[in-house]
Design a protein around this ligand. Structure first.
Ligand code: PMP
Length: 420
């Protein structure tokens, strides 16, 4: 690659280049939407902290106090990154999936949950698990229709606690959803909204306060941090009123054991309530480091400009290949992040992805991307589909910080060759 395409040259002033992702061996890792490579800066911060860790909130020892301070500082950093309201809770979880399951467990009994069928399974499935009725809204044709559908569904629903769960950016098409408008319509009807920001925060700054979303969830491993940490941030009231997500040490204020009465407990009323057990301090430190990398200096601005340039090259290249059909919810002109899915005539998606990897050193994802109803809809197919077998699948390309132009060019050249 030329120096202009060198990720270190392009992004080092704003976002340090990824540490891993196969760059060293020339592998083109184009599956950032599944898990992004770890930024060098994140890795360095973790490495600096890792040898010194002690248990959080548990001791007066030096290392324990250091860990507690780093953990709580990470919480404040992430809250600032998300632009939370001052009285919001910010919980460290394992992932977006974990965050949404935590919220599902914390909803008042009898909450009705509204979701578009186009959501990721992590946003579709947790609610019914906890006994909440789920109203599935049809995939909208455009953002305005999404807002109208929510408005009419909420207007028709009976009084009582209601929640809209919606993604900020589709993990299949990369398209952006009208989050502010959806929050406004939800609130107009007395409902609340949780934003699945798993695919949004790696590409765009967000604002919980300004967009007026009640909760927001995301995962560290899609935001240039390692696996195992995620975030749920938002309104304290329902979280504080709910039973703790996990029962155990750290989530309690007073525990009394009585031979006659059994074990009695008074639970904590702050973040600790839902963070029982020894927390993932390294994960929290890593997420906070990633948040700082994206917001300090040019940060998101540089990343977004770079992604836009590569995305238009990629999409123009795909459009020039007659066998390739790009998937879109709202249409080709809609605003999107660096995530593109497509089918290729004559190729089964899994076989294509394997060929791209084995023959060209390009890593993409194939399948239904944990969004089976949406992928089925976009492929114009009805009926049950097997996630692992057959034609009802697509290929997804996604990228971000550190992706050189050469990776996009290599993919387009490979597709041209394979569809000739
Ligand atoms: N929501 C969206 C939109 C996603 O893309 C993903 C990850 N593919 C998730 C939720 C779940 O994230 P995790 O696997 O980190 O829990």
């Amino acid at each position: 690659p030329s120096s202009a395409d060198d990720p270190h040259a392009v992004l080092s002033s704003a976002v340090n280049a990824p540490l891993v992702g196969g760059g060293e061996i020339g592998y083109a890792a184009l599956d950032y939407a599944a898990s992004a490579p770890v930024l060098r800066r994140v890795w360095d911060e973790v490495a600096a902290y890792a040898p010194h860790y002690g248990s959080v909130h548990r001791g007066a020892g030096h290392l324990s106090r250091l860990s507690t301070e780093l953990f709580e500082r990470a919480r404040a950093t992430v809250a600032a990154f998300l632009d939370c309201r001052p009285d919001d809770r910010l919980l460290f979880t394992r992932s977006t999936t974990d965050s949404l399951n935590l919220l599902a467990a914390a909803l008042p009994a009898g909450t009705r949950v509204f979701v578009f069928e186009s959501e990721h399974h992590a946003a579709l499935l947790p609610w019914a698990r906890h006994g909440h009725r789920v109203d599935c809204l049809p995939t909208p044709r455009d953002p305005e229709q999404a807002v109208r559908e929510v408005g009419s569904a909420l207007a028709a629903a009976p009084e009582g606690p209601r929640l809209l769960c919606v993604t900020g950016a589709s993990n299949v098409t990369g398209e952006l959803w009208p989050v502010r408008e959806l929050a406004a319509v939800a609130h107009r009807h007395g409902a609340r909204i949780v934003l699945d920001a798993a695919q949004l925060v790696p590409h765009r700054p967000v604002s919980v306060a300004d967009w007026d979303v009640d909760w927001l969830a995301f995962s560290g491993h899609k935001l240039y941090a390692p696996f195992g940490s995620g975030v749920l941030a938002g309104r304290a009231d329902w979280l504080d009123a709910a039973a703790p997500y996990l029962a155990g040490g750290g989530a309690t204020r007073v525990v009394a054991a009585d031979p006659a009465e059994g074990v009695r407990v008074t639970w904590a009323e702050d973040e600790a309530r839902h963070e029982a057990g020894s927390p993932n301090v390294i994960g929290a430190v890593a997420i906070a480091a990633a948040c700082r990398a994206l917001t300090e200096g040019a940060g998101y601005g540089a990343l977004e400009a770079r992604e836009r340039e590569l995305l238009s090259a990629l999409r123009a290249g795909l459009a020039a290949l007659p066998a390739v059909r790009e998937l879109a919810l709202f249409g080709p002109e809609s605003e999107r992040v660096a995530v593109v899915s497509f089918t290729v005539r004559g190729w089964e998606s899994e076989a294509l992805a394997r060929t791209l990897s084995d023959r060209y050193g390009i890593g993409v994802r194939s399948g239904m991307f944990c969004a089976q109803p949406l992928v089925r809809r976009l492929l114009d197919a009805d009926g049950p589909a097997d996630d692992c077998g057959g034609a009802l699948q697509a290929v997804r390309v996604s990228f971000g910080a550190g992706t050189p132009r050469e990776h996009i060019d290599r993919l387009l050249a490979a597709l041209a060759e394979l569809t000739r």
